[in-house]
Write a protein that binds this ligand. Structure first.
Ligand code: SF4
Length: 248
């Protein structure tokens, strides 16, 4: 399918999904031609999507990036979620030789020293495994929401991802925090206990802290970097992520 056709299909899907419920959105994508992969970080939004997939028994692959630096609470939640919804969550791991090369160049925790070193770590531990998780997929489902950060304020329901040559689907784009919490309550969705300890957004342990009252949801991610466009590169083109400026 040509670039024009892919873009047109994504735009049509974006319109089609806008008025539907979460389960209906996922069912539409699951019924399209081509493999659909949902990548979960086990955060509360992603738990809602996993629950919707599991409860409706939808043919969507659920995968997670096991970076090797996750909180133990997150690792434990993977197995709990599999049991609760009767699904298998496929784990994708970084390559040991990539980790060794990173440690030799930057040090194991070199990500605190520069944005470049941080992006290099996210590349090895997240982006390379993500590429494996999405290999052969036509649709990539994510838990992005517009209200999570200014960087995500324009998140569509569907868009063509030219870098990965697939259609990215964000079925929670218009959901509020209240919507998420109501779904979790209604469906008894297991969530990461860290959420109740001030972590609305949870990534790797060394790169996530609790937030203070009034701070944006993602303020605890890579908190030592002072710009507002902190992302790991999963949801922005790698070139753009690498060029994010570090203010003085
Ligand atoms: S979030 Fe931190 S530990 Fe995890 S991959 Fe990125 S830099 Fe490395």
């Amino acid at each position: 399918m040509s670039l024009h056709d892919q873009t047109a299909m994504a735009a049509e899907l974006d319109r089609e999904l806008s008025e539907l419920s979460l389960t209906e959105r996922l069912r539409i994508v699951a019924g399209l031609d081509g493999r659909a992969v949902f990548t979960t970080s086990l955060g509360i939004e992603d738990q809602v999507i996993t629950a919707a997939i599991g409860l409706a028994n939808l043919p969507i692959d659920v995968s997670t990036l096991e970076t090797g630096r996750l909180f133990q609470e997150t690792v434990d939640l993977i197995a709990e979620t599999e049991e609760r919804f009767g699904i298998a969550i496929k784990r994708f791991y970084p390559r040991q030789d990539d980790i060794d090369a990173y440690a030799a160049k930057y040090g194991l925790n070199g990500f605190y020293e520069s944005v470049e070193a941080r992006h290099a770590c996210c590349h090895v531990r997240k982006l390379v495994p993500l590429g494996q998780a999405l290999s052969g997929a036509r649709f990539w489902i994510t838990g992005l929401r517009r209200s999570q950060s200014g960087n995500r304020a324009a998140t569509p329901f569907a868009e063509y991802d030219a870098e990965r040559d697939l259609i990215k689907v964000n079925p929670l784009a218009d959901w509020s925090t209240e919507d998420i919490n109501a779904y979790v309550e209604a469906e008894s969705v297991p969530t990461n206990p860290l959420h109740k300890r001030g972590y609305p957004s949870i990534g790797c342990e060394p790169c996530t802290r609790a937030i203070k009252p009034g701070e944006p949801e993602r303020a605890g991610r890579w908190w030592w970097e002072k710009d507002e466009k902190r992302e790991c590169g999963l949801h922005v083109p790698e070139a753009a992520a690498s060029s994010v400026p570090t203010p003085a």
